[in-house]
Design a protein around this ligand. Structure first.
Ligand code: DOR
Ligand code: ZN
Length: 427
């Protein structure tokens, strides 16, 4: 089976170039990458006017399976990923039961085989039941196929437990993905501490709750030599801490999500619970800090933190609604709209943070554009405008704060191992 992609603008995330090249795919791998390929293929895609990049890698996704499949399941989550141009994803351990044993890691991998082809990499819990008391068996979890450890959704409150976890994770060469928010400062609170929490007469989740834990985990990474990856950075000061720690050579990396560089806490006033997320949307100053972190490479990754919830769970009053927003089907478009079309970042630099960088952190051989690699590819029109309508999503969930927004950038084809797993049919 030969697939030929012609006339595309091929984005090379690591060299930082965009080249007019054709791509020949044979047996699921890129076999030729050059200008003007004239070979006969079984299938040809004319990518004139489109960008072609390595398949997007989303390292922070909640698939809710097992246990909360009324919100999402592995198959619908994968279908949503494919629509968003995502070919590989890491799914978080806060399922029910928690993904804290090898059997549960194996379940996720087996179920994903029945999906549309998106590759699913399970993240296992740091602590049994995400309770923060007893460590999971990192070695057994790795053997079963876990690619990282995380109690995401919860902060690991005990510094002692986190330190032990890092020492063990280091032996297994597993990164720990850390949700940083000091529980004692955020429990039961819905929005950022600031002008919006004051207007609403609510206690807020202060940015310092995040920053204090970023600092702690960076220090633990420095001391143990283990790789800490900070999840969903939302505050400018977190970026500053990580920048300094990286300069010192501390083994730390981090991600942010589209909502943290395109929305502020004011969105809560406009959208109510749809804009409730942990960590919370913050201020303009934070958005500016996040964008400068993305530009200078302090922030390695753009991930979604796709967190599906039911309509009921998101239409309660703000203080009782659940936290989280979906992102798989809007991530590329929202990112291009906020960073590329505003000329803040070039295409290869953006794509690098959605491909090669997360792949490297997770030690998976993805996210590169060269001969011999897996033909996981995303083809998109960076300039096509569309209006976000969650009723059209493949996800079971509808909880996005971007409903009704005009965004620019549309996925046209998603390809895994040379197979087209999603094609945009709208002309
Ligand atoms: O808002 C959030 N929702 N933040 C998290 O860290 C977890 C997530 C969820 O699982 O719903
Ligand atoms: Zn989280």
């Amino acid at each position: 089976m030969k697939l030929l992609i012609q006339n595309g603008r091929v984005v090379h995330p690591v060299t930082g170039t965009v080249l007019l090249q054709d791509i020949l795919v044979e047996d699921g791998k890129i076999s030729l990458l050059e200008r003007g390929i004239t070979l006969q293929a079984d299938q040809t895609i004319n990518a004139a006017g489109l960008a072609v990049c390595p398949g997007l890698v989303d390292m922070h996704v909640h698939l809710r399976d097992p246990g909360q499949t009324y919100k999402e399941d592995i198959l619908t989550g994968c279908a949503a990923a494919a629509r968003g141009g995502i070919t590989s994803l890491a799914c978080m351990a806060n399922t029910n039961p928690v993904t804290d044993t090898p059997e549960r890691v194996a379940y996720i991998r087996q179920r994903a085989e029945q999906g549309c082809g998106v590759q699913v990499y399970p993240v296992a819990a740091v602590s049994m039941g995400l309770k923060g008391k007893e460590l999971t068996d990192a070695e057994a979890l790795k053997k079963a196929g876990a690619i990282a450890l995380s109690d995401d959704g919860n902060n690991v409150d005990s510094a002692n437990l986190m330190r032990d976890a890092l020492i063990r994770a280091r032996r297994q060469k597993l990164p720990i993905l850390s949700h940083c928010e000091d529980t004692s400062m955020v429990a039961g609170r819905a929005v950022n501490e600031g002008s919006v929490s004051r207007q609403l007469w609510l206690e807020g989740r202060p940015a310092i709750a995040e920053e204090i834990m970023v600092m702690r985990d960076a220090m633990l990474a420095e001391e143990t030599g283990a790789h800490v990856h900070i999840c969903h950075v939302s505050s400018a000061r977190s970026v500053d801490i990580i920048r300094k720690m990286k300069k010192k050579g501390v083994p730390i990396s981090c991600e942010t999500c589209p909502q943290y560089f395109s929305l502020t806490e004011d969105e809560v006033l406009a959208r109510g619970p749809m804009a409730r997320v942990n960590p919370p949307l913050r201020t303009k100053k934070d958005v500016t800090g996040i964008i400068s972190g993305l530009k200078d490479g302090t922030i390695d990754v753009i991930a979604t933190d796709h967190a599906p919830h039911s309509v009921d769970e998101k239409t309660r009053p703000l203080s009782r609604a659940l936290s989280g927003m979906i992102g798989l089907e809007t991530s590329l478009a929202v990112t291009l709209t906020a960073l590329y079309h505003t000329k803040k970042m070039e295409l290869p630099a953006i794509i690098r943070r959605m491909t090669a960088n997360p792949a490297d952190i997770l030690h998976i051989a993805k996210g590169r554009m060269s001969m011999g690699v897996d033909a996981d590819l995303t083809i998109f029109d960076p300039d096509e405008e569309w209006v976000v309508d969650p009723l059209l999503f493949a996800s079971k969930a509808r909880n996005t704060p971007f409903t009704g927004r005009t965004v620019k950038g549309r996925v046209k084809y998603t390809i895994v191992h040379g197979q087209i797993i999603y094609q945009d049919t709208k002309q």
